[in-house]
Design a protein around this ligand. Structure first.
Ligand code: AMP
Ligand code: ZN
Length: 137
């Protein structure tokens, strides 16, 4: 088993685990972007959110919601940025789904999710909305 998060999920290698259940577990990031930076992963190996069945998605995000307040309070943060790098093109370095919970402070100097994108001309939202509704059908 080469996936590092699978090895953590099976307790083959250590991690600072803060919560776990039958579907998911949460542990502290080894190279934290802030104190309390936590990653929440499904126990089963899956590379992207799109590949997860609804029950696993629900369990994963239930744990994220359950942890966001306690993680924030534990480190005295004012809020948190919660995000998923979903696919290699986004900068996902470990191809096992993981949700980052990164505690934030008013003066921490980091930007919002919007700051990772460059402004530019975009297709009209009505046109794109039509494409997405078609893809959903
Ligand atoms: P991403 O760039 O979204 O794929 O994030 C992967 C995250 O996993 C990074 O923030 C790494 O610091 C973190 N990471 C890598 N190896 C470990 C490990 N052994 N234990 C905890 N976190 C890890
Ligand atoms: Zn894995």
């Amino acid at each position: 088993m080469s996936c590092i998060f699978c090895r953590i999920a099976s307790a083959e290698i250590p991690a600072e685990v803060v919560a776990q259940d039958g579907y998911a577990l949460a542990f502290l990031d080894i190279a934290p972007l802030a104190d309390g930076h936590t990653v929440v992963v499904p126990r089963r190996h899956v590379a992207t959110l799109e590949e997860m069945p609804p029950a696993e998605i629900e369990a994963l995000f239930r744990m994220v919601a359950h942890l966001s307040g306690p993680v924030r309070r534990a480190v005295g943060a004012a809020g948190s940025t919660i995000g998923v790098n979903n696919g290699a093109a986004t900068g996902q370095t470990i191809p096992h789904v993981h949700v980052h919970i990164v505690p934030r402070w008013d003066d921490d100097g980091a930007g919002s999710v919007h700051t990772i994108f460059r402004p530019g001309s975009r297709r009209p939202v009505g046109e794109v909305g039509k494409e997405i509704r078609k893809a959903l059908a």
